[in-house]
Design a protein around this ligand. Structure first.
Ligand code: COA
Length: 336
């Protein structure tokens, strides 16, 4: 049987650290409130010259180095991002160019904070089917450019960064299974409007003037809009369901899972999920305190931290799980 296996991980966090004290100077908030409600103490903020592709390329290089492979070994690049450099070409193409990867499959995935799990699942299918042998799977986000810096309800939650893995064909497991879901009925809970596409002031040829789209800019929200408490409840319930689904499918108990690497949105969500499943927090890789919510980058960044500090070891069983705008949610059970 052919599996796909993670053989390298990498991460990148911009050097500028923005603490809760820095937010106290900008909006009506406090370190005590942010820590109590979210567990977040600081986040990294990208500089003006950084982009999703520049951060992704650094994380990918680190993953390639750990995997002991070079650019020409890669046959597929997937970047999960909600903050692409451009509408097109895909950020994956820009990463391919930066890393000098020869012509291959390269595209972006947009599944908000679940993006990395979605991208991993796609790459896994391509490798298992024999279509490719080695893929770069990356999550890279510039959330600081999507927040309203004056909205205390959302601005304190997010940060920037990129995480990457090299996925390689293997005769031994490997990714054991992935499970992806979306329910567009929850689209209003967490979203950012596309201002660019909403700003149609020109006339579309062949369309009567009164039928032209003309959505006024002031009705659009270019920054993150979120119904925090509803998202919180759904996050805990959906992530709980994901773990139960994996446990039933693989007849595996919580004790047999060595590490839970969840999406890093809020320490309370992570703890509530862990509690529900009888997971001690010692078995959870938790980076939210210093990374904050980096959307699709959060899982590969946390995975990279666990691998590089020696907690995650070869042969261990790891569960990844995420939820994000869409709503989208998903999980992956991995033999590392
Ligand atoms: N500092 C101080 N007070 C703040 C604040 C801040 N940064 N943000 C909100 N508040 C205030 C609110 O205005 C409200 O005040 P009020 O009672 O006078 O109206 C009060 O704190 C409570 O707000 P509430 O929204 O009920 O807080 P909460 O306990 O639900 O925590 C979140 C808010 C956003 C931290 C929490 O709902 C959450 O984490 N939700 C999930 C978000 C998430 O994970 N999103 C990404 C998913 S991928």
């Amino acid at each position: 049987m052919r599996y796909s296996k993670i053989v390298g991980t990498g991460g990148y966090l911009p050097p500028t650290v923005f603490t809760n004290a820095d937010w106290e100077k900008r909006v009506d908030t406090s370190d005590a409130w942010i820590v109590e409600r979210t567990g977040i103490r600081s986040r990294h903020i990208a500089g003006p010259d950084e982009s999703a592709s520049s951060m992704a390329a650094i994380a990918a290089n680190a993953a390639l180095e750990q995997a002991q492979c070079v650019a020409k070994d890669i046959q597929m690049v997937i970047v999960a991002t909600g903050t692409p450099d451009k509408i097109f070409p895909a950020t994956a193409c820009l990463v391919q160019k930066k890393l000098q990867i020869p012509p291959c499959i390269a595209f972006d995935v947009q599944a908000a904070c679940s993006g990395f799990v979605y991208a991993l699942s796609i790459a896994d299918q391509y490798i298992k089917s024999g279509a490719v042998s080695r893929a770069l799977v990356i999550g890279s986000e510039l959330m600081s450019r999507l927040i309203d810096w004056n909205d205390r309800n959302t601005c304190i939650l997010f940060g920037d960064g990129a995480g990457a893995v090299v996925l390689e064909a293997s005769e031994t497991p490997g990714i054991l299974s992935t499970h992806l879901y979306a329910d567009g009925n929850y689209d209003e809970l967490l979203y950012v409007d596309n201002v660019q596409l909403g700003d149609h002031s020109g006339v579309i040829p062949g369309v009567a003037a009164n039928e032209n789209f003309n959505i006024p800019l002031n009705k659009l929200h270019p920054y993150i809009q979120m119904q925090g408490q509803k998202v919180f409840k759904l996050a805990v319930s959906k992530q709980g369901e994901l773990v139960h689904e994996i446990q039933e499918k693989h007849h595996i108990s919580s004790e047999q899972i060595d590490w839970l690497v969840p999406h890093q949105a809020n320490e309370r969500i992570i703890k509530a999920t862990a509690d529900k499943l009888g997971f001690s927090m010692e078995k959870v890789i938790c980076t939210v305190a210093t990374h904050s919510n980096t959307s699709s980058a959060s899982i590969p960044l946390a995975l990279n931290v666990g691998v590089r500090d020696g907690r995650i070891k070869k042969g261990q069983t790891i569960l990844l799980e995420a939820i994000g705008g869409g709503l989208t949610w998903g999980s992956a059970l991995i033999k590392y």
